[in-house]
Design a protein. Sequence first.
Length: 265
Amino acid sequence: MSVLDDVIADLSAEGDQLRAAVAALDADGWRTPTPAEGWDVATTIAHLLWTDEVATLAAGALTDDGKQAWDAVVLLAIEDPAGFVDKEALRIGELAPDELLARWDAARPALLDALRGYPDGMKMPWFGPPMAPASMATARFMETWAHALDVYDAIGTRPEVTDRIRHVAHIGVRTRDFAFANNGLEAPGEQFRVELAAPSGEAWSWGPADAGQRVEGDAYEFCQLVTQRIHRDDTGLVATGADAETWLRIAQAFAGPAGGGRERK
């Protein structure tokens, strides 16, 4: 199985798990507020389906007609870079639950097919740097997983945590320098060692084994932290070195301005 196929399989499974959770909700359940300020369950699903649709448009930009459709979305984003994404989520989130589910059910496989069929060696356009299909699938997994946490918190459920979260952990490690720069800080010149215990008990690691700056602990907590779904002080993650501790205070695996994170419980 290729890297792309592996990520796509995990993205599909994560989406299936979230879909099953929201499909069982009544109309009031869809309007349950999530921990994300101003968003309810419907808004969250609307955001995911919209991003899937837009990513599919990006993959279609190889043709003249496809490029025009993608450019139209980019122009809308340029007009309101700070509020464009939220406005689309809130707008689509006004749809009835059955319409939201039907649209998401169409958007998810359409994106996966587009990623599978994208030419080898080429990168897709995006709002930031162009992305290889495997990177896009990984980003979609991270966002699906993180927003699913918001939904599960809202409706009071918690599905089994799986090793699929390795994709989130990997992005979290790779975005270390971005997190520093996003907070107006100079990224450390040395690499960090990250050692995490996976849900299965497997040991995951990144960086040189002899690095002085280290982060160790539970992979699930690390993934929650880098997606800003938990406060640093509510984790058992151990940082060795001042720079490592600073990173855990500002870690951000998603694009955009520095997030405010979650309040300490």
